[in-house]
Design a binder for this molecule. Structure first.
Ligand code: PGA
Length: 251
């Protein structure tokens, strides 16, 4: 059975006290985590230590939202995978569309980030997804295939197996527009078929593929009920503990 994952992506939100309060609220409100489900909070770098302290003793994992391609050195302002690991971080979001758009992260650069994350025992939550024009042109599946091919499909089966994929249609992120269950299932199934073709159907069946893009308590249940949707990457709704916890409880 595939692992189900709900990961909150706080993006560049919260300050020290509100980050602590939000992590505490999620921890307190999440009375029990559904079976076979992993709950992760991907928080801004500066809050990792405090959030980790709050979450210690619970089953909720701490994640980051990015890491640099190199392990250390003269890269002013960057944060490395070994640094994150030394703070007990277990997951790292890579390839989020906001990183691709605003920070010009290419598929090739993301391949390097995936490599260093895996070398440091971080689980990448690797984001793929098409922009509105690509969906309108009907090329959404080939866009996602290219993202996977150029950033992940060179990995050995042993390494690929550790990856979590998040399908996030860019037009649905923060817009209130959500993919329909048919659109989500179509893409998740297509991704699983790509993995089966590249690796094996056994590996394809075991990789968790999350949906992200305006996922909220009102639509999480129907999205998570799709055969190939194994959870969600939650932006806006992860900033309100009760909404995030309701989404976790939507399986
Ligand atoms: P959203 O963001 O839930 O606010 O649409 C999702 C994401 O960007 O990961």
């Amino acid at each position: 059975m595939r692992k189900r994952i709900v990961a909150g992506n706080w993006k560049m939100n919260t300050d020290k006290s509100s980050a602590i309060a939000l992590a505490e609220a999620v921890k307190n409100q999440l009375v029990s985590v559904p079976s076979n489900t992993e709950v992760v909070l991907c928080v801004p770098f500066v809050h990792i230590s405090e959030v980790k302290r709050v979450l210690d003793g619970s089953s909720i994992k701490t994640g980051a939202q990015n890491c640099y391609t190199q392990p250390s050195g003269a890269y002013t302002g960057e944060v490395s995978a070994p640094m994150l690991r030394s703070y007990g971080v277990e997951y790292v979001i890579l390839g989020h569309s906001e990183r691709r758009e605003y920070f010009k992260e290419s598929n090739a650069e993301l391949a390097q980030k995936v490599k260093i994350a895996l070398e440091n025992n971080l689980i990448p939550i690797f984001c793929v997804g098409e922009v509105k024009e690509e969906r309108q042109a009907g090329v959404h599946i080939s866009v996602v295939e290219r993202q996977l091919e150029e950033s992940l499909f060179h990995l050995s089966a042993e390494h690929f197996f550790k990856i979590v994929i998040a399908y996030e249609p860019v037009w649905a992120i923060g817009t209130g527009l959500t993919a329909t269950t048919a659109q989500a299932q179509e893409m998740h199934n297509a991704v699983r078929q790509m993995i089966a073709k590249k690796y094996s159907s056994d590996i394809a069946e075991r990789i968790s593929i999350l949906y992200g893009g305006s996922c909220k308590p009102e639509n999480a249940r129907e999205l998570f009920a799709c055969a190939d949707v194994d959870g969600g990457l939650i932006g806006g709704a992860s900033l309100k503990a009760s909404d995030f916890v309701a989404i976790v409880n939507s399986f």
